[in-house]
Design a protein around this ligand. Structure first.
Ligand SMILES: O=P(O)(O)OP(=O)(O)OP(=O)(O)OC[C@H]1O[C@@H](n2cnc3c(O)ncnc32)[C@H](O)[C@@H]1O
Ligand SMILES: [Ca+2]
Length: 497
């Protein structure tokens, strides 16, 4: 009995002081971990929004972007959450009735009102950028393009967003912002990785933008755009060819074939059996061809398909001018272009057309691309229509021309060869956001890409929590070990009998 009492007296774990210290120690550690975790827990996500209207030559599209509110000026991901295609043609087609241009945007704008949470409406910036269709209208009739912009402006101001203006982008801006979009979405800017070039084929203009080590801007300053993004300097080559979008290029090839003002043409770029009547005044109603309108032409002409890829390529080539170049090297029309470099993302009509033609695989030989186009162009129109009953007839009829034009623009125009062609990726979206100039435009106007790399916490939240927990547990163990002198000595424990 006395031995038992003696042991109880000597066992420090059972002394009130030790028990109190242990309990306080445990509580302190739990409190430390809890406070650290709670204090640094990511806040419940709140989002901010931005809206950009892309007023293209062929149509207008509205994009809604979203990003976590606390990452405004940081590397926070901006994502496209919604897009809306405006019914009807591009705003430049409403030159004769500008109010209708404004009205046409209403449905998509109402959709945006539904999609952006009400309490964010007032702080959500809204931009409209117009591209080559409005550039052409501005050349043709600048007061008409002003009227159209005014009409869309007053339509947009009726909505509860923070309206930031409607303007015509320069070709340089369109090319540069397309490049920013592609590289932002690919995470190439924050990481300082090699960049991807951007190829955009619209209806009325086409853009090529890429970084080339050989290009410092001095040879052709008008093709140079410099950026400092996330602490890295970029010297971008960019050029926009007005009239070389797919619709205006088609006009130019038709103009080429109707120079003598004939009443009918056999067009190699359309399938055999395809025939339509076209109006001379409509065809030549564009600054891209208006100066070439034949005198004494009849009102209309018949366009009949001949379905011949090789001949089509010859006509298409004739709209490019390769004769003069005052620089070390040119693409076409005397425009400077440095050596092609790096991978390229090709979007808009590049994607629509090559995707339809099953030609998005760029690892195949260029000869195989030609063979495929050859075979598509020579397929009779009836058969094409039968095989693709769901495709819009206007697009369907033009795929032979469009495919031939894309191949010619890339290989003859921009000088892509077998190797560099295989570096092109035909893309529509990157991580859920459409490839195009709109995202880059918004990121720039909202200052969302800082010039310098932002300070980021040295550890991600999960890493931080793990380290705090491990440290706390270690402290606890240390504390227990420090009580060692008070531990009972097991070996010397008296035998209980
Ligand atoms: O950039 P700009 O020149 O102002 O023109 P846009 O913005 O209106 O041009 P898009 O990229 O929207 O479209 C480019 C062209 O592709 C056409 N297009 C759109 N969808 C298509 C599809 O599914 N198949 C074929 N062509 C298509 C469209 O009519 C245009 O001629
Ligand atoms: Ca466009």
């Amino acid at each position: 009995m006395s031995a038992q009492r003696e042991m109880k007296e000597k066992n420090p774990w059972q002394t009130p002081v030790t028990i109190i210290i242990t309990v306080i120690g445990v509580i302190a550690i739990v409190a430390l971990v809890t406070v650290a975790v709670l204090q640094n827990r990511p806040l419940p996500q709140k989002y901010k929004y931005g809206i950009v209207l892309d007023a293209g030559s062929s149509h207008t599209a509205l994009y809604i972007y979203e990003w976590p509110a606390e990452k405004d000026n940081n590397t926070g991901r901006v994502e496209q959450t919604h897009s809306c295609k405006v019914k009807g043609p591009g705003i430049s087609s409403y030159a004769h009735d500008p109010l209708k241009a404004g009205e046409s945007l209403r449905v998509c704008m109402q959709e945006a009102e539904q999609r952006v949470p009400g309490k964010r409406h007032q702080e959500t910036p809204l931009y409209l950028g117009a591209t080559a269709g409005m550039r052409l209208l501005n050349i043709e009739n600048s007061s008409a393009s002003d009227e159209v912009l005014k009409a869309v402006e007053s339509a947009l101001q009726k909505f509860p967003f923070s309206y930031q203006g409607a303007r015509i982008l320069s070709g340089q801006e369109e090319g540069a912002f397309g490049w920013v979009t592609v590289n932002y979405l690919d995470d190439r800017l924050t990481q300082g990785l090699d960049t991807t070039g951007a190829l955009d084929l619209g209806g009325a203009s086409t853009q090529i933008s890429f970084v080339s080590e050989k290009f410092d801007g001095s040879e052709s300053p008008s093709n140079s755009v410099t950026f400092r993004l996330y602490g890295n300097d970029y010297n971008l080559y960019t050029h926009s060819f007005l009239c070389y979008g797919k619709d205006q290029a088609l006009r130019m090839t038709l103009a080429q074939q109707t120079q003598s003002g004939q009443a009918s043409i056999l067009d190699p770029c359309f399938n055999t059996g395809y025939t339509v009547m076209k109006n001379y005044s409509v065809l030549y109603d564009s600054p891209c061809v208006s100066d070439r309108k034949p005198q004494n032409a009849p009102a209309t002409f018949n366009q009949t398909g001949k379905g011949n890829f090789t001949e089509c390529q010859e006509v298409v080539k004739s709209v490019f001018n390769f004769t003069h170049c005052k620089y070390s090297q040119c693409s076409f029309n005397g425009v400077f272009q440095p050596l092609l470099q790096g991978p390229f993302g090709a979007f808009s009509a590049y994607y629509f057309v090559m995707n339809f033609l099953n030609l998005t695989d760029t690892s195949i030989p260029l000869k195989a691309v030609e063979d495929k186009l050859n075979s598509f162009c020579s397929t009779p129109w009836n058969q094409i229509k039968q095989q693709h009953p769901d495709v819009k007839v206007k697009y369907l009829a033009e795929y032979c021309f469009s495919g031939t034009y894309i191949l010619t623009l890339l290989t003859e125009g921009y000088k892509f060869d077998q190797t560099s062609y295989s570096n092109i990726k035909f893309i529509k979206k990157i991580k859920g956001s459409d490839a195009g100039w709109t995202l880059g435009y918004m990121l720039n106007l909202t200052n969302m890409i800082p010039a310098e790399a932002p300070d980021s916490p040295p550890l991600p939240h999960a890493g931080y929590v793990s380290i705090v927990t491990i440290m706390a547990v270690l402290l606890f163990i240390l504390f227990i070990v420090s009580l060692r002198p008070l531990w009972p000595r097991c070996s010397k424990q008296p035998q209980i009998v």
